[in-house]
Design a protein around this ligand. Structure first.
Ligand SMILES: Nc1ncnc2c1ncn2[C@@H]1O[C@H](COP(=O)(O)OP(=O)(O)O)[C@@H](O)[C@H]1O
Ligand SMILES: [Mg+2]
Length: 261
């Protein structure tokens, strides 16, 4: 169980990025964070990952307070962040500390899980964007994390690759059911993947609203119920625009109805 309690984050320059953020995430739950650009999504994810500390409040997994990167937490970013001089297998293996017979077996199993066995010898520059991101997912999975944090993991990919990887991520999730917290700009992505969608409002960042999606899986992107949710969430995001009186004014393009930036 992940407990986020009253997290407040003020940066050294005085800017308040998060205020009174509390959230509990159950084991195996998939939660999406959506909201305007700059509303504090990445800051919150970094705090959960132990890469940043809240000014006030706390984050705990199973009652253990997170103060530094934790072996039970895996991170996936928008760019794959692979080491260019290591092949796919060694990049994945790198996620494990010790090289043993067992770690080799885990690496091979993880390669197979993301469908990269045949490309294990390739260097990152020889991979397509989707394959590189699958390698990054494998590197995060190899330690068998309880919690996977994903910060806009598919937003640099083309639409087709993105939907393929979303489906693939769900297949992977089915195996070990890690808790997943996903930051996304893509409402459809949030709706296809999540049990809950949390709408953040910026300036300072706080939770505006949480929606529990009572939609069975697998979900079809064309389903009428999904489309209704999409409209509802877009309405909520419109309402989540920070006050114009605030210090950091943001907006997203209204001309692009299914993305939020
Ligand atoms: N180290 C920092 N110092 C000051 N301000 C920061 C720092 N990191 C992020 N910010 C600001 O905090 C706000 C939230 O950033 P971020 O969490 O990256 O937003 P998001 O991921 O939702 O787009 C932004 O306005 C950003 O400019
Ligand atoms: Mg961000």
């Amino acid at each position: 169980m992940l407990h986020i309690e009253n997290v407040y984050r003020q940066f050294e320059n005085g800017f308040v990025a998060l205020e009174s953020v509390s959230l509990q995430v159950k084991p195996g739950e998939i939660v999406s964070l959506v909201g305007t650009s700059g509303c504090g999504k990445s800051t919150l994810l970094r705090i959960i990952a132990g890469l940043d500390r809240p000014t006030l409040g706390s984050v705990a997994i199973n009652h253990e307070t997170i103060t530094a990167p934790h072996p039970k937490i895996g991170l996936i970013f928008q760019e794959p962040r692979l080491m260019p001089w290591l092949n796919v297998r060694d990049n994945i293996q790198f996620g494990l500390n010790a090289v043993s017979l067992n770690s080799r077996a885990i690496t091979e199993a993880t390669l197979a899980k993301v469908g990269l066995t045949e490309f294990a010898h390739c260097l990152p520059r020889q991979l397509s964007g989707g394959m590189a991101q699958r390698a990054a997912i494998a590197r995060a999975l190899v330690t068998q994390p309880e919690i996977l944090l994903l910060d806009e993991p598919f937003s640099a990919l083309d639409a087709l690759t993105r939907t393929t990887l979303q489906d693939h991520l769900l297949d992977i999730w089915e195996d070990d059911r890690p808790t997943m917290i996903l930051v996304t700009h893509d409402i459809e992505e949030a709706l296809v993947l999540s049990d809950r969608v949390i709408v953040l409002r910026g300036n300072p960042g706080r939770i505006q609203r949480a929606f529990t999606l009572d939609l069975p899986r697998p979900r079809r992107r064309t389903d009428a119920s999904l489309q209704r949710w999409k409209e509802r969430l877009l309405g909520e995001l419109d309402a989540s625009q920070p006050d114009q009186s605030g210090t950091n004014q943001r907006s997203w393009p209204r001309s692009v109805p299914d993305t939020v930036s």
